[in-house]
Design a protein around this ligand. Sequence first.
Ligand code: S5P
Length: 477
Amino acid sequence: MDVQANIDTEKLVLDLFEVEGVKFGNYTLKSGVQAPVYIDLRVVVSYPELMVRVSEMLWKASQNVKSEYKSICGVPYTALPLATCISAKENIPMLIRRKEAKGYGTKKLIEGKYNDGDNCLIIEDVCTSGSSVLDTVQALKTCGIKVSDAIVLLDREQGAVDVLKQHGITLHSVMGLNQVMEILERSKKIDCEMVEKVRSFLQVNRFTPSTNTQPCQPNQIKKLSFTERGKLCTNQMTKKLFGIMEEKKSNLVVSADFTQSQQILELVDKVGPHVCMVKTHIDIVEDFSQDFITKLLQMAQKHKFLLFEDRKYADIGNTVKLQYNNGIYHVSSWADIINAHCISGLGVLAALKQIGLEKNKGCLLVAEMSSTGNMITAEYTAATVKLAEENKDFVIGFICQNRLSDDPTLLHLTPGVQLKKGSDDLGQQYLTPEEVISKRGNDVIIVGRGITQSADVINTAIAYKQSAYNAYCQLLQ
Ligand code: S5P
């Protein structure tokens, strides 16, 4: 660091301390952990001169970024004004990530102009575990925007560099917490006892990269065919599905989201020869009967496809067990595959497994969603991937938007697919089959209205099937 940079950093640290952006004492963090240091840079918006200085130092740090980028994006909310200052001063386009929850209709997840494949530089104020950066990265990725670098003003030095590195992101920081403490100790703002306290806190409270959390790049995926992958499986349901996919040359699942059983049966009889699986939402069927299930099972046999009930079990273990096995639907008696959100903990999977395992059923874990503003975080996705990898006797893969595991025996099924990229008016977002399979490296597309609302369901299903299967074949070359 040059002399001027040292002077600037020192002055900035003292000013941040002065305005209580950095505080020492006894604080309870969001996580419930007691910490001797508290950093909250939201306060800088009340000191415009300081805000400009912070943004200038962030910009200087960005000079070390080697990759080219088209735009910058501040992690909401504190870094938004910082990114704005940089954008205005340096004349570099900015993107805004919406942080609101779902339900905002057509409002986009990312505001601003961008093209598929653009690289975007992330701006952040403080980094602890890197999870906020990853949330923004994930939102950008959903829109086809790449991220290779992030700039942070203050790295708390608790492991964010390694966590982000595992996700292919280089973190550049203006300063680290140890440097901040040195400056404050030298300036007699804090004593050596406090410095020691913070140092041991940082040592104990470290975040380490978890295994297999990184969405794999398609070029890193082992180029194994469905047949080869099927041979590696010990889970009989996964093996069966790989077999059907290869035999029917179809990695297409149709989502039969109709409310009348007759509509479902008619659809399934038409598209059955072209799909590897039919997905149902059995609780939307208004005239449900055992006879309907019998006919559905007959169709499954006739056209050789599996049945996937998209119930997304998410309650405590005891409840999901009853939902899966009992009620009027008796899902476990007919559905080959079900899915679950593991939001409520390990009990969901344990309970479903108690019922499903001995019936040789399979389960998909919802690791990512297609809807805008969904609240799944990068940590949640990573924990879900770990759970899947530890329960491969019952879990056959994921409902996801990106390839999440490089384990060839786990399947990646992606909903939110239409022949044209777009969205509906209730937050559903669509990617094309090529994007999902070749660019993102997933295995299977799930298509609902793209087929069900078409005037010619058979030929439309064929078009989806060919487009997804060709994309898979291209990956093998
Ligand atoms: O993230 C998800 C997960 C699922 S399973 N997004 C989804 O859209 N789904 C389901 O896929 C959804 O419940 C619906 O049945 C189907 C997509 O339907 P489409 O009409 O939008 O293609």
